[in-house]
Design a protein around this ligand. Structure first.
Ligand SMILES: Cc1cc2nc3c(=O)[nH]c(=O)nc-3n(C[C@H](O)[C@H](O)[C@H](O)COP(=O)(O)OP(=O)(O)OC[C@H]3O[C@@H](n4cnc5c(N)ncnc54)[C@H](O)[C@@H]3O)c2cc1C
Length: 318
């Protein structure tokens, strides 16, 4: 893995400017409404108990910064009309949401990306050595009691144990209803220059009326050498299932689905736990299931990173 210091920018249409994100104290003097922002920061009460995502942010940064960085962006990201619909928030921001010091984000975390030209592929290829691998097959239905799955082509696979990373509602044949997901369309475009984003900027977020949420310059992760560069624009979409909604009633439904699974069936991963988990959290979940099944554990793999990927759901399984 190559260590990547990570900084990101948010474009704020009202100011026609990019600012650092997380919101940084050094940027506030450059903001159009700086006086209003300072007054609101004076008055805010971080200790107020919020009921929803909107209150959570306004309590922490005041209404002006909330409108500049969070309000429209979050509604666009989740395709929702109001941020009051989001009633959990510990996944979103820190206790002190106005950053100081270096403009690196996720300070204290190790940010990295595989050096190999084919990314994570060799890692995953190694993990399946000696196993039978079937690609491009889609699971249509699951018989949890018989521990069998029927594929789109009608063939049936069965086993003693199932470890599934598909959506947990689909694994349960949506018996208690469907879980919603936000998705993305990805629009790639190549530009005739070596690099577009400056320095350690790898992502640019667009916080207002733009139809896209983010543009990523992939060379800034892969270090691919070329005279051209590849940018990918991300547009919210319902076409795929990529982001579980951090809303209590859906998180509770996912928990119910997990509890309903018979012994020997494990649901892991982003869609399998219905949690906003990252790659390393998903890998830790896989190690945890492996430990459950084989009794063997890997050093340092017992603790979940950042407490979002939810190992508790896997630990509670028989
Ligand atoms: C835009 C975006 C950016 C991200 N950036 C980062 C990042 O920078 N760092 C990071 O750590 N994480 C990032 N993540 C999160 C990361 O992608 C996930 O944590 C990780 O991919 C989860 O792994 P998974 O195996 O659970 O799910 P996936 O990687 O989604 O794999 C699940 C697989 O199951 C397949 N599947 C689903 N249903 C069926 C079915 N019925 N039959 C057969 N196959 C099925 C899917 O096609 C898919 O291939 C990002 C996610 C998104 C959407």
């Amino acid at each position: 893995m190559r260590k990547l210091p990570l900084s990101l920018l948010s474009y704020v249409e009202q100011d026609q400017r990019f600012y650092s994100y997380p919101i940084h104290e050094d940027d506030i003097p450059k903001m159009r409404l700086k006086d209003q922002i300072y007054q609101e920061l004076e008055k805010r009460n971080i200790n107020n108990e919020p009921d929803d995502f909107e209150e959570y942010w306004i309590n922490r940064v005041g209404p002006t910064l909330y409108n500049m960085f969070v309000n429209q962006y979050s509604k666009k990201m989740w395709t929702i009309d109001s941020n009051k619909e989001l009633d959990t928030f510990n996944w979103s921001a820190k206790d002190n949401p106005i950053d100081s010091g270096s403009k690196e984000c996720y300070k204290g975390s190790l940010m990295s990306y595989p050096i190999s030209k084919n990314g994570y592929n060799e890692y995953f290829e190694k993990t399946i050595e000696g196993s039978k691998l079937m690609l491009n097959k889609s699971v249509k239905t699951v018989d949890l009691e018989k521990k069998s799955v029927t594929l789109e082509d009608g063939s049936v696979l069965s086993g003693d144990i199932i470890v599934s990373s598909m959506s947990i509602d689909q694994l349960n044949n949506c018996s208690l209803g469907e879980l919603p997901y936000a998705g993305r369309d990805f629009i790639p475009f190549v530009l005739p220059c070596k690099q577009v984003f400056p320095g350690d900027i790898r992502f640019c977020h667009y916080t207002q009326s733009e139809i896209y949420t983010r543009i990523v310059e992939y060379k800034k992760f892969t270090y691919h050498e070329s005279e051209d560069t590849l940018l990918v624009m991300e547009i919210p979409s319902k076409r795929n299932k990529l982001y579980p909604y951090m809303i209590k009633k859906y998180l509770d439904l996912a928990k119910k689905y997990n509890q309903a699974l018979p012994e020997g069936i494990y649901s892991i991963g982003r869609a399998g736990t219905y949690k906003y988990s990252t790659i390393e959290q998903t890998i830790v979940q896989a190690f945890e299931v492996c430990k459950k099944i084989t009794g063997k554990s890997e050093d340092d793999m017992d603790n979940e990173f950042y407490k979002i990927g939810d190992l508790s759901m896997i630990k509670s399984r028989k």
